[in-house]
Design a binder for this molecule. Sequence first.
Ligand SMILES: CC(C)(COP(=O)(O)OP(=O)(O)OC[C@H]1O[C@@H](n2cnc3c(N)ncnc32)[C@H](O)[C@@H]1O)[C@@H](O)C(=O)NCCC(=O)NCCS
Ligand SMILES: Nc1ncnc2c1ncn2[C@@H]1O[C@H](COP(=O)(O)OP(=O)(O)OP(=O)(O)O)[C@@H](O)[C@H]1O
Length: 194
Amino acid sequence: MVILGLTGSIGMGKSTAASMFRFLGVPVHDADATTHILMAPGGLAFDPIAAAFPDIIKDGRIDRQALGKRAFSDPEVLKKLEAILHPLVRAAEIRFLRSQQMLGRSLVVLDIPLLYETGGEQRCDAVAVVSAPGFVQRQRVLARQGMTDEKFSAILSKQMPDIEKRKRCDYVIPTGLGRAVTFQYIQGIIDQLS
Ligand SMILES: CC(C)(COP(=O)(O)OP(=O)(O)OC[C@H]1O[C@@H](n2cnc3c(N)ncnc32)[C@H](O)[C@@H]1O)[C@@H](O)C(=O)NCCC(=O)NCCS
Ligand SMILES: Nc1ncnc2c1ncn2[C@@H]1O[C@H](COP(=O)(O)OP(=O)(O)OP(=O)(O)O)[C@@H](O)[C@H]1O
């Protein structure tokens, strides 16, 4: 079974690319979606996060926006949060890989926003990076509700620069030239790896 890592900086189009892989029949493990499940009430990360940051619980739920504001402006908070979440995400990923192996899949995708930042490429046979020009990325991200220039800069500074990711990866998937182009690239990658 070939493991393809899918990554890219904020707003570069990981989720959109992941949907295209799924549409084309390739199972995808979404690390970000896993963190959402883990942090929801009853999720494995809820109690440890609530204990570490009691003030970010609102109406019995983790206020992601409030936690994000703190985490992206205070490295210690982000470190603590990552220390709770990352091992749990990794365990979920291992379960996903085992089940897909048992199903006899030839290709699976691990969608990991911080793949290079956490050394995740070592668990992948190949890595694809979604990329668009910086001004497109900026436009996309600033259009999101609750996003500010400062938050965008703070998040960017915690991620490996796009140019560095593109240098290291096996495939660059363009996402700034329209969805049809992205889809074509993804089809090509699947044909090559399956
Ligand atoms: C801090 C949190 C609660 C903020 O949630 P919020 O819904 O406001 O933002 P969202 O999750 O959509 O993230 C916004 C952007 O920041 C990026 N980002 C998220 N966590 C990190 C991180 N630890 N380091 C760098 N960038 C990050 C995301 O890839 C995304 O591009 C959330 O991002 C989180 O739990 N982060 C820690 C877990 C993590 O490392 N996730 C990413 C890999 S699995
Ligand atoms: N291939 C594409 N062609 C055109 N627009 C795209 C493409 N991919 C993504 N977009 C647009 O860019 C925006 C961000 O896309 P997406 O949510 O997939 O990014 P992401 O990398 O998952 O973001 P984040 O890292 O912040 O979670 C969306 O508005 C989406 O419609």
